[in-house]
Design a protein around this ligand. Sequence first.
Ligand SMILES: [Zn+2]
Length: 321
Amino acid sequence: MRPQNTGWSVGLDIGGTKTLAVLLDPTGAPGDQLRLPTERGAEAVVDTAATAAADLLARADLHADQLTGIGIGLPGIVDPTTGRVEHAVNLGIATGIPLAERVAEAVHRRLNGRGGAAPVPVRVENDLNAAALGAAHLRGPGSGDLAFLALGTGLAAGLVLDGRLRRGAGGAAGEIGHLVYQPGGRPCPCGQRGCLEQYASGSALLAAWPGPGDRPAPVALFESADAGDPAAVTIRTEFAEAVATAVRVLLLTTDVAQVVIGGGVSELGSPLVDLVRARLDHAARESRFLASMRMAERVDLAPRGVPVGAVGAALVGRKES
Ligand SMILES: [Zn+2]
C-alpha cells in the first residue's frame, strides 16, 4: 500500500510546441517550473512528460511517496476516467493511447531509487479544462464561479461552477466558438458559416491582418491600429466586439463571477482587455439589463508569469477536479 503522501503534485501542460511543468506544494502554491520543447508522436510525448516530472522531483529532492499525483493537460479528446487520449492532432497522436498509464510507468522507471513500490498515479484532462481549474485556483478560495475563455487558434471556454469542472454530458460544455455570430458569414471547419470563432480567435486575426510576418498577427494589428491605420482600427474594433460577445454569452448563460481571458492572443495584455471592456460598456449604455450585470468589471486576464494550465493540471493530479 502507498504510504500516506504529503500532498505534493506535478502538473504538465503539453502544448503543440512546448511542455510546461510545475510543482505544487502541499498548500497548493506553485513552485519550481520547467519548460521543454514538445516533440510529436505518442512516444515522444510520454518521454517528455516523464522527463519533466522526474526532473522536477529530483530538483526538489522529493521521493515519489511524497507525491499525491501527476496531472496532465493536453489539447485533444481525453477521457479523464480512463486516462486515455483518443486524438491529439497538434501532438501527433492520431490513435488512442493509455497516456496516464504510459506516463506513470515511464516516471516510475526514471525515479530509480526514489520511486515508491507502485507508480505515482497520473491523471489526464483536456488542456482547456485544466486551465480553467488553474485560473480558479490562482484567484483564491471564495472567488466564485469562473469561465476561462481561451483566445488561441480557436475559441472555447472552460467552466468551473460550484468549485467543479463542468464538462457537460458529451464533454462539449463551453464550446461557444461554434455559436453562429454572423449568419451566412465566414465558413468554419465545423461545417457552419459565421461561427464566433471565425471572428474572435488568433486565426481570425491572422486571416484579417496577415501583417508584416516578423511579429505575431495580433501584435502587428494592435501596433498598426495604435499608429492610426484606419483599416487596422476597424478590424481591431470588430475583433474586440466579437470577444465581448463571447464574454456576454458566458455571463448570460452561466452568470460566472469572472471571465478570465487566456490563450495566445491574451499575451496582448491590458490593451486587449481594455478594448473588450469598452465594448461591454458600450453595450451596457444601451441596455439597462446589461448595465445591471456589470460585465466589464467581471472580465480579467489570466495571470502572467504563472503557467495556469500546468497549475490546473497539478490540481487534476491531486484529484481536486
Ligand atoms: Zn464552427
